[in-house]
Structures are given as structure tokens and as C-alpha cells.
Design a protein. Structure first.
Length: 85
């Protein structure tokens, strides 16, 4: 699962609403066992992941490069169906 939003739409709850709907659809309609996401943004994106109930499963230090060519940590989050709601 992932998302990209133009900065002018940040802090309006769109990422949370969209991700919450995806999680609900995956667990209720598709009977998914687990949903996972990854990010190099250790603040904003991880905040959305935690708000929808995901838990941090690990960090790969200096795993990938950001948009500016700097090494960045990669954060992994997940939620199991039996943890949801």
C-alpha cells in the first residue's frame, strides 16, 4: 500500500481516509491476512500508518536513496486482520 499527495493537499485527512478504506476493503471483502507498507518518511507517512493501526515491523538502515541522492532508512509497517479494529 502506498500514497503520494501534492503538498497543497497535506494535513486534510485524505491519506488517512484513503488508507483506512483500503484496509477495510482488504480485510472485509478480500479476506486479506496482512497489509504492509514501507516508507523513507519517518514522520508523516509513519504517522498515517500508525493512525490506521499498523505497527512498525522493522527498519533497514540506509537502505535506499531519497529524491536528493542521500541514503535513507526504510521503515516497514504492517497490520494483521486479527489486529484490525
Amino acid at each position: 500500500m502506498g500514497w503520494f499527495f501534492n503538498r497543497q493537499y497535506w494535513h486534510r485527512g485524505y491519506a488517512y481516509e484513503a488508507c483506512h478504506a483500503i484496509v477495510e476493503h482488504a480485510f472485509v471483502k478480500l479476506q486479506a491476512h496482512k497489509i504492509f507498507a514501507e516508507t523513507i518518511d519517518g514522520v508523516r507517512s509513519t504517522g498515517v500508518m500508525e493512525k490506521i493501526g499498523m505497527k512498525r515491523e522493522g527498519i533497514q538502515r540506509r537502505q535506499t536513496k531519497d529524491l536528493y541522492g542521500n541514503w535513507a532508512d526504510l521503515y516497514f509497517y504492517g497490520i494483521l486482520r486479527d489486529e484490525w479494529k
